[in-house]
Design a protein around this ligand. Structure first.
Ligand SMILES: [Zn+2]
Ligand SMILES: [Zn+2]
Length: 176
């Protein structure tokens, strides 16, 4: 199953590169495979770290160029932010994103808005030719939200041993 998927993704890549006059390389294939396998919307650095374990000779510059090539071929989406950072998404079907303001993680949001609601926004009013749209929700992911509500780590430390369900004394007592 995984093998079949692997071959199919390579064929998709070959065809798209071919159609755009680009060469197929093992390094580009490794970058593409990684993007398809993750939903973490990684930065170029994160892709570099992940792919390097599979292709040790790959450079950050090659990863960056491969990512841009994939975007140019329509096989990936580049998400750019006001601070100049960029993230890459191997999922190219219409979907939106929710971005955590605390940890910068990006989560996929499936679904589309009803066409008449988009029309109501009238984005083409200034002669702008609309080819698509993307929504970005901003807020706090579950982990960061919980952390912001959570107990002060110092307090947790102090009360931890007292509420130990095993009723055992601390590890320090054992080793003494
Ligand atoms: Zn978060
Ligand atoms: Zn996405």
């Amino acid at each position: 199953m995984a093998r079949h998927h692997h071959i199919r993704s390579e064929q998709i890549l070959r065809e798209a590169l071919d159609a755009n006059g680009q060469r197929f390389t093992g390094q580009r294939a490794a970058v593409f495979r990684y993007l398809l396998a993750t939903d973490s919307h990684p930065t170029a650095d994160e892709v570099f770290v992940a792919v390097r374990s599979e292709v040790p000779v790959i450079s950050l510059a090659t990863v960056y160029k491969s990512l841009e090539t994939l975007v140019g071929c329509g096989l990936a989406i580049k998400l750019t932010y006001g601070d100049g950072s960029a993230r890459y998404d191997g999922r190219t079907d219409p979907h939106h994103h929710a971005r955590c303001l605390a940890c910068s993680r990006i989560f996929d949001v499936a679904g589309r808005l009803p066409a008449d609601e988009i029309r109501e926004l009238n984005p083409g009013s200034e002669g702008f030719q609309v080819t698509g749209y993307r929504l970005e929700f901003t807020g706090f992911c579950e982990e960061c939200h919980e952390a912001s509500l959570g107990t002060d780590p110092a307090t947790e430390c102090a009360t931890g041993p007292a509420t130990d369900p095993t009723g055992e004394p601390g590890a320090a007592a054992h080793s003494a």
